[in-house]
Design a protein around this ligand. Structure first.
Ligand code: G6P
Length: 468
C-alpha cells in the first residue's frame, strides 16, 4: 500500500492484476490475474510501498472505480471508455502490435488516415492519464516500471512532470526492425521512440528485440542518447506451476482429457501434441493445424495413434480480424476431424473456453509441445510445458519466438511459415524415444527456469536504481 509520502516502487500497465464483474444481484466479483508481472512484483514484499497503476478495462472495472472498490496497492484509472477503446483497440492492438509482430498484409494495409490521427490523439490522452497518475503517486526518487507498447509515451511525459524519478520501461513484445517500423508516419515513429527514450533504462526480452530498437533509434532519432538498454529473458515460475498443477481441479480436468484422448486400437496410449495460446494472429494456430493435417496425410501410421490438444482461448474479440481468425481456427480443426476422424478417434480436441486448470492438465499430458508463432516476444508456454510434462516432452519451436534464443539448442526448430517442414518436425518429435524426451525436457526446464519472475523483476529494479 502506498504511504502518505507516496509509493516507492510503481508499476504501470494497461491490464492490471485485478478485474471486476458486476453480478446479477449488482454485487462486484473480483478476479485476480496471474502472470510474470504479478509474481515478479510480489518479490519486493508487502512493506515496500508499491503501487500498480492500470486501466479500467470493462464495465465491471469502471463500476468498481465509481463505487470506490479496490485493492490495496492498485490504482485503476477510469479513462473514458471511448478514449480507451481508441488507444487500446485502435492504436495499441491494431497498429503497434501489428508493427512489432509484422502482421500487416502490406499491399492494402496499414493506411494511416485521418481516423488513425484521431485515434492517435486518444493514445496520447491515455498515456498522459497514466503519466499524471504516476507523477501524483510516486515518492521522491521512486522507481517506476512502465510496461509495454500501450504506454510508450509515458516515460517521456513522466520525465517532464517528475525529473527526480527513476523511470524504466519494459517491452513484452518483439521490436520491429527499422524497415518495418519505418512504415509508421515519421512524426509518430519519432514520438514513440522519443517517448521511450524518456526512460533511464529500457528492458527487452531478447537481444534481437533490443538490437532492433537500437537500430530504430539510430535510423530515426539519432541514437539512444543517455538511455541504457537491458535484456531480461523472463522465465517460467516453476514452483507456482508445480504446486498449482497438483490441485484437485487440475486432477479432474486430467480425467476428462484422458477420456477425450482415448486409447489406440492396439490398446496403447495415444500420443499427444499440445498447444495452448490466446487466439492471437501472431501465434500461427492455423498453420499449426495445417501442419498436423499434413502429418496425418504424410504419415498415416499416426492415424488413430495421436491426438492434438489445441487450446485457443478468446482474445481481443472487439477486433473483427481476431473474430475471423477464431472462426478460421474452428473451421480448420473441424475439417481435420471430419476428414480423418473415426468413431473412436477425434484427431483434434479444440477447446476455446479459457480454463487455466485444463491447460495445466494438458501440459502434464504433453508428449510434444507445439509452439510455432510467426513472431513472439518470448512465449512462456514453450517454457512451461517441459516443466510439467510427466513423461518428458519434445518441443517443436519456431525460430521466431523470443524463447528460441534460450531454448533453441534443445528444441526442434521450425520456420513457422513452412507447414511441410513443421509436419516433419512433429513426426520427429513424436518419434523421440522416452529416455531422450526425458533428458530433453530436463535441459529445457533448466533453461526455462533460469530467470524466474521474482528475479526478473528485482534485476530490473536494482539496475534501474543503481544506474540512474
Ligand atoms: C501480450 C502483451 C501484454 C498483454 C497480453 C494480453 O502478452 O505483451 O501486455 O496484456 O498480451 O493481451 P490483452 O490485450 O488481453 O491485454
Amino acid at each position: 500500500m502506498a504511504s502518505m509520502q507516496g509509493a516507492r516502487v510503481l508499476v504501470a500497465s494497461n491490464r492490471g492484476p485485478v478485474s471486476y464483474t458486476v453480478e446479477e444481484d449488482g454485487s462486484l466479483r473480483t478476479g485476480r490475474g496471474g502472470g510474470g508481472l504479478v509474481s515478479g512484483l510480489s518479490a519486493i514484499g508487502p512493506d515496500a510501498g508499491s503501487l500498480w497503476v492500470c486501466s479500467a478495462l470493462s464495465d465491471g472495472d469502471r463500476e468498481a472505480v465509481r463505487r470506490g472498490v479496490g485493492e490495496d496497492g492498485v490504482r485503476m484509472l477510469d479513462i473514458p471508455a471511448d478514449v480507451h477503446a481508441d488507444a487500446y483497440n485502435g492504436i495499441a492492438n491494431s497498429v503497434l502490435w501489428f508493427v512489432h509482430h509484422m502482421l500487416y498484409q502490406t499491399p492494402v494495409e496499414p493506411v494511416f488516415d485521418a481516423e488513425f490521427r484521431r485515434q492517435w490523439a486518444s493514445y496520447e490522452a491515455y498515456n498522459r492519464a497514466f503519466a499524471e497518475a504516476l507523477a501524483e503517486e510516486a515518492a521522491q526518487r521512486a522507481a517506476v516500471l512502465v510496461q509495454d507498447y500501450h504506454l510508450t509515451l509515458v516515460p517521456g511525459l513522466l520525465r517532464e512532470l517528475r525529473p527526480d524519478l527513476h523511470i524504466g520501461h519494459f517491452s513484452h513484445t518483439p521490436w520491429a526492425p527499422p524497415e518495418y517500423f519505418g512504415m509508421l508516419p515519421d512524426d509518430i515513429a519519432g514520438q514513440v521512440l522519443r517517448g521511450m527514450l524518456g526512460a533511464d533504462r529500457l528492458g527487452f526480452l531478447t537481444h534481437r528485440w533490443a538490437d532492433a530498437f537500437t537500430a530504430c533509434c539510430e535510423r530515426f532519432v539519432g541514437g539512444l542518447g543517455d538511455t541504457r538498454i537491458g535484456v531480461h529473458g523472463l522465465g517460467a515460475d516453476a514452483d507456482f506451476l508445480r504446486g498449482r498443477a497438483r490441485e484437485a481441479d487440475v486432477e479432474e480436468r486430467l480425467l476428462t482429457l484422458r477420456e477425450e484422448i482415448g486409447t489406440a486400437p492396439d490398446g496403447t496410449a495415444r500420443r499427444t501434441v499440445v498447444r495452448v495460446d490466446r487466439t492471437e494472429l501472431s501465434k500461427n494456430i492455423v498453420r499449426g493445424l495445417l501442419a498436423y493435417r499434413q502429418l496425418l496425410e504424410d504419415r498415416p501410421e499416426w492415424r488413430e495413434r495421436v491426438v492434438h490438444l489445441a487450446f485457443a482461448y478468446p482474445s481481443r474479440q472487439d477486433l473483427a480480424v481476431y473474430r475471423e481468425y477464431t472462426a478460421e481456427v474452428r473451421r480448420v480443426a473441424e475439417e481435420i476431424n471430419e476428414r480423418y476422424g473415426t468413431p473412436g478417434w477425434r484427431p483434434v480436441v479444440l477447446h476455446v473456453r479459457d480454463d487455466f486448470a485444463r491447460s495445466l492438465a494438458a501440459y502434464r499430458l504433453a508428449d510434444v509441445a507445439l509452439v510455432n508463432p510467426i513472431r513472439d516476444g518470448m512465449n512462456l508456454v514453450a517454457k512451461e510445458i517441459p516443466i510439467l510434462a510427466e513423461g518428458g516432452c519434445a518441443l517443436v519451436l519456431s525460430r521466431e519466438a523470443g524463447a528460441h534464443e534460450e531454448l533453441g539448442e534443445d528444441a526442434i526448430t521450425v520456420n513457422p511459415y513452412d507447414v511441410v517442414a513443421t509436419a516433419r518436425a512433429l513426426h520427429e518429435a513424436l518419434t523421440t524415444g522416452p529416455a531422450e524426451r526425458t533428458e530433453g525436457a530436463k535441459r529445457l526446464t533448466a533453461a526455462a527456469t533460469a530467470l524466474p519472475p521474482q528475479k526478473w523483476f528485482l534485476d530490473q529494479l536494482n539496475a534501474l536504481r543503481e544506474e540512474s
